[in-house]
Design a protein around this ligand. Structure first.
Ligand code: BGC
Length: 349
């Protein structure tokens, strides 16, 4: 235990707390994405029992399940979650347990909340009251309140909503670990704006990092024109310079591609330089505030070449491990498909 000066007050920064003990069990994870997070429809056989077994055999210790609970409720004021949907999530938890994997359950793509937060806080709390009650005894489950706050869900707004969500869960599941994210898509930049109930020492802070974005999201159709230049390697520079996608008109994109084509690896924007300072900053904030920090998403889209994707995933993993951050790669078998990179990812080495 060490004493440290926080906002002018002496605070005890201890790592012998429930959240640090939980974080020690969630070191290496994978996202079971493109399944329950898109709304009311899904294919229940999307993830098979063999997937859980292979995830465990590859060296992972947990899965993160993105879930659109908000699309499976009845009307307010109770917002009752459909029992059949609970059963779907239960079956995933059973498969994970049988394979020896821990689980993170979140609420994902709750756009009604991020567009108009105050109109949805009752629903948000009703969802977490039910989910936390349902899994209140589950020591192998962490509740992550909301994926990627954005738009009107600013840091200031979310600081209030986090406190409400945490209080709601604490009434029914006082012993469970809760994950809370940073604003602007779980950015590492906004971690300094996060304010959490000081006395609650069972909270893990979760960030995402997809930098360098023009590498990890090359050709991603859901992110505007900026990342549509394909053929970007990791690390740069390439042997043959590439041309920018003509409709990517933002000046930073042109500058990024020019630097990518010409700068040596240690200065190249497609290198560890793009994420290392961010992860270091997040880890540093965690140490200063006595909060474990976790990287809930990173990964490289299948449009990139396999060697570059493996280089990137491995570099991210090693950097997280150097800074003491648990992590979960996006995703197992969808657009970012880490399952095809397992030997290169080097988990078992
Ligand atoms: C989104 C996915 C997307 C991934 C990478 C996740 O948070 O839910 O749809 O593929 O980020 O952009």
């Amino acid at each position: 235990m060490a004493a440290c000066l926080l906002n002018g007050l002496a605070a005890d920064i201890s790592t012998n707390t429930p959240d640090h003990r939980a974080a020690a069990l969630y070191r290496r994870g994978v996202n079971f994405g493109n399944h329950l997070e898109f709304g009311a429809s899904f294919d229940e056989n999307r993830y098979k029992r063999e997937d859980y077994v292979r995830v465990k055999a590859a060296g992972f210790d947990h899965i993160r399940i993105p879930i659109a609970w908000h699309a499976h409720t009845a009307a307010g004021p109770d917002f009752l979650i459909d029992e059949k949907f609970f059963a779907v999530v239960d079956r995933m938890v059973v498969h994970a347990r049988a394979a020896g994997l821990r689980v993170i359950l979140n609420d994902h793509h709750f756009d009604a909340l991020t567009n108009d937060p105050w109109s949805q806080t009752n629903k948000f709390c009703a969802i977490w009251r039910q989910v936390a009650t349902h899994y209140r005894e589950a020591e192998d489950i962490i509740f992550e309140l909301l994926n990627e706050p954005k738009d009107k869900a600013t840091a200031e707004v979310m600081n209030v909503i986090w406190a409400q969500g945490i209080e709601t869960i604490r009434q029914v599941a006082p012993a469970r670990t809760i994950m809370v994210g940073t604003a602007r898509w779980n950015s590492t930049d906004t971690i300094t704006a996060l304010k959490l109930p000081e006395a609650d020492r069972n909270l893990i802070v979760t960030v995402h990092c997809y930098e360098p974005f023009l590498f990890t999201h090359q050709g991603a159709t859901w992110a505007g024109n900026d990342p549509l230049t394909v053929g970007v390697k990791f690390p740069g520079p390439p042997e043959t310079p590439i041309d920018k996608y003509p409709k990517a008109t933002n000046t930073w994109v042109a500058r990024w591609i020019a630097d990518y084509n010409t700068q040596p690896t240690e200065k190249n924007p497609s290198s560890a330089k793009a994420f290392r300072p961010r992860l270091e900053k997040a880890a540093q904030w965690g140490r200063e505030h006595g909060r474990p920090v976790y990287l809930g998403e990173f990964g490289a889209i299948k449009n990139a070449d396999p060697k570059s994707r493996a280089n990137y995933d491995r570099a991210m993993r090693e950097t997280c491990e150097e800074f003491g951050l648990g992590w979960a790669v996006w995703d197992w078998n969808a657009m970012f498909e880490v399952q095809s990179l397992l030997p290169e990812f080097g988990l078992k080495k």
